[in-house]
Write a protein that binds this ligand. Sequence first.
Ligand code: AMP
Ligand code: MG
Length: 320
Amino acid sequence: MSLETRSLAPTTEGLDEAARLLAAGALVAFPSETVYGLGGDARQDAACAAIYAAKGRPQFNPLIVHLADVAAVARYAVMDDRARALAAAFWPGPLTLVLPRREEAGLSPLVSAGMATVAVRVPAHPLTRRLLQTFGGPLAGPSANPSGRVSPTRAEHVLEGLAGRIAAVLDGGPCAVGVESTIVGLAEGAPQLLRPGGVPVEAIEAVLGQPLVAGGSAEAPTAPGQLSSHYAPGAAVRLGVTRPDAGEIWVGFGPDCAGADLSLSETGDLTEAAARLFHMLREADRLAGQGGRIAFAPVPDTGLGRAINDRLGRAAAPRP
Ligand code: AMP
Ligand code: MG
């Protein structure tokens, strides 16, 4: 599927159109003080799945959620005293905090890749702030580049990588910082440096009054154990199943799964399957019950199917 990617001017009309597209579930790349982000409504499963599809990510790496102000952050994530101190010192600005997510706040599980945490940031760029105010919701925004490529700092870079795959880019000129946000993990234990970036580590340590410990790799934060208990099935999981055993809850994919209990996508659409994945894991586990068994139909290992299979493989892995 190829779209004609529009370039939107940094005007009231351009911002209104960007907000309208985002509300309709489309993807709009936007400038920030760090790099261009690939924006989608963080409450819409389909928009979040489309972000992964556009970037061609082989895994569901969690996405940073951009918000207009600290009050908005506190609606979606739990802020402790350390988070409030860092927010007061560095927001708006190039600092991302990984915090416990508020499960009932309505974020798609895809922004967290099924984990119990969410990465949040209040950007400083005036145009990003106006976009967030006009849109009025949480904006998922990983860097607006195909997976594995250099992060874009100009609208032209975004188009080089993603033209035809997203609805629009809001052209705000070159980004000022050009490096990504510093990511600090505050979800559990000592504060962790998950990625160095625009805010110096020393400045963060000065505010916290303690050193940051080296975090797990921010590029691969989703070890099997990190899947939130909400989405990690308690039932035993089998993959690639075309004929389920009696008593198994069978989750189909595509039109050839007559009699399936649930389906990732009846038409065999990988983006729809990605959007439904975490909900289906949860629902299948509920239907299977204590000591139950879940069988997933095969999902093609192409495009988003690779990320889906990666996640299903973790769900099927033996648990400690
Ligand atoms: P980018 O695509 O450049 O915006 O990078 C976002 C980075 O934030 C990725 O490396 C993610 O792994 C990391 N990240 C986002 N959410 C979380 C989270 N909940 N826990 C740990 N790291 C995260
Ligand atoms: Mg990136």
